[in-house]
Design a protein around this ligand. Structure first.
Ligand SMILES: [Zn+2]
Length: 139
């Protein structure tokens, strides 16, 4: 897939989202659209939906002010970022089920382990902790 290509993704029966191919991350939110890269294609359809709902949470539900509030609450920018990741995973689980989120997180874990995707503790909590939180989640 070449760079800067746009893909229309059917997220639900009546919801389509615009995805922009860029790298070097699996997916990332931007103000108006969601950027993805070729690793996105390594995910199955359900895992892709999980990823998109996760990014939609970042885009729509975690505004600048909420982020500031989180920094004040946790007194740490890193903790605030991590907490937003846990919330985005939880939102995905509400939208497409715990089972699919766990499957997607386990795929991410494999991508980290194989060195295909590099783990960055500044932007994401440990994948094991994300998996644990989803397992404990009661929906
Ligand atoms: Zn995220």
């Amino acid at each position: 897939m070449s760079k800067n290509k746009i893909k229309i993704f059917q997220l639900t029966k009546d919801k389509k989202v615009k995805l922009h191919y860029k790298g070097p991350f699996v997916a990332q939110k931007r103000l108006l659209f969601i950027e993805i890269d070729e690793y996105f294609e390594l995910l199955d359809k359900e895992e892709q939906k999980v990823t998109i709902w996760h990014e939609i949470y970042h885009r729509d539900k975690a505004s600048g002010l909420r982020f500031l509030w989180r920094i004040l609450k946790f007194r740490s920018k890193k903790k605030a970022i991590w907490e937003e990741e846990f919330e985005a995973d939880k939102y995905s689980a509400i939208m497409c089920g715990k089972k699919n989120v766990l499957k997607s997180l386990n795929t991410s874990k494999k991508l980290y382990e194989k060195g295909i995707v590099e783990y960055n503790p500044k932007t994401h909590p440990k994948i094991e902790e994300r998996i644990k939180r989803i397992k404990e989640l009661r929906l």
